[in-house]
Write a protein that binds this ligand. Structure first.
Ligand code: GDP
Length: 313
């Protein structure tokens, strides 16, 4: 199975997928458009969330960073008047240091991620694939009204707490970046593999992956299933609603469908929602809220049962 992931909704689902699809190879293609060099190290928020979730150390209260982390280095840097705008925990920073050292030694981001995955005890059958091997070459920019104007995603979401109105979202540098070789290979090699788009932000998490050259074309040849990150007319969490509206999509499961319409086969939405689609697209309804690990397992089992039934036809 191939999975497209951001840093919160899809990692929540990975907890169950890993258990329910035991023994199966999982290729997780992860967004890197929010990556940023900070205090000398490369922070890859979405890759880190996937590593921490599968490595069993995710802080599941906040869905970022390592559980029970401390902030001695961050606080010491502030005392030195080094402006570090993101709060980075010490254990979290250790991941960034190892990754950056590996990159400085000439390893690719894909190789560095594989080495980190091994260090976190993640089995070999699970491949965490950065969408591209050009570190921090794509920058998600959020256009807000003047005087602030254009903000980096992290500035908008962390420093400004997602408060400004959003006029547009863009991915600076995306035209110059290629999908990684491992990503293309996974999509080409596994010709009959299912592609699962987890309940991630369709604009800033899945959007950059889909914007890479050739990816949408490759997906047209696959069975693609997406889980809606929108319930009713609101995102379950985060700024997806604001971003979808700014890009001209309705904030609803129908809006999610429109984002993926050119290649989508199955859309999973909340029980109380409706989503008219073109012929040939299945809409499945179930509880898509993931509050505990058992919710993740239940949703993963629901997907597995549907796939088994679909295969038997
Ligand atoms: P980011 O990188 O932190 O923005 O994370 P993602 O893009 O992976 O996840 C954010 C999206 O996950 C948001 O649009 C949320 O609406 C969605 N989300 C978060 N929790 C849940 C959940 O329990 N169920 C569903 N269906 N979506 C969720």
């Amino acid at each position: 199975m191939i999975i497209l992931s951001g840093g919160t909704g899809t990692p929540k689902l990975l907890v169950g997928l890993e258990k329910v699809f035991k023994g199966e190879e999982l290729n997780i293609i992860v967004n890197t458009a929010e990556d940023v060099w900070i205090s000398g190290n490369l922070l890859c928020p979405d890759i880190d969330s996937v590593l921490y979730t599968l490595g069993g150390v995710m802080d599941k209260k906040t869905w970022w960073g390592v559980k029970d982390d401390c902030f001695h280095t961050h606080n010491a840097l502030l005392r030195l008047q080094h402006p570090e705008h993101l709060m980075i925990g010490d254990k979290d920073r250790a991941t960034h240091i190892m990754r950056s050292e590996l990159l400085r030694q000439g390893k690719s981001l894909t190789e560095a991620t594989a080495m980190l995955a091994r260090s976190f005890g993640i089995p070999d059958r699970i491949k965490i694939l950065p969408m591209s091997d050009d570190p921090a070459a794509v920058r998600t920019k959020i256009l807000t009204p003047e005087p602030e104007g254009e903000l980096h995603f992290q500035e908008f979401w962390v420093t400004r707490k997602g408060e400004p109105d959003v006029l547009d979202v863009s991915f600076e540098g995306i035209d110059k970046v290629k999908p990684s070789e491992a990503v293309v290979q996974a999509l080409e090699k596994e010709s009959d593999a299912l592609v699962l788009i987890g309940p991630s932000n369709p604009i800033t998490s899945v959007g950059p992956i889909l914007s890479l050259k050739g990816i949408r074309e490759l997906l047209k040849w696959k069975i693609v299933m997406a889980i809606s990150p929108i319930v009713g007319t609101e995102a379950v969490s985060g700024p997806a609603g604001k971003f979808m509206r700014a890009k001209g999509f309705e904030v609803s499961p129908s809006g999610v469908y429109t984002c993926y319409k050119d290649f989508l086969d199955v859309l999973v939405i909340a029980k109380g929602d409706e989503c008219p689609t073109d012929a040939g697209v299945d809409v499945l309804k179930t509880d898509i809220m993931i509050k505990k690990d058992r919710d993740s397992k239940r949703l993963a089992l629901f997907l597995k049962r549907y796939l088994q039934k679909a295969k038997s036809f």
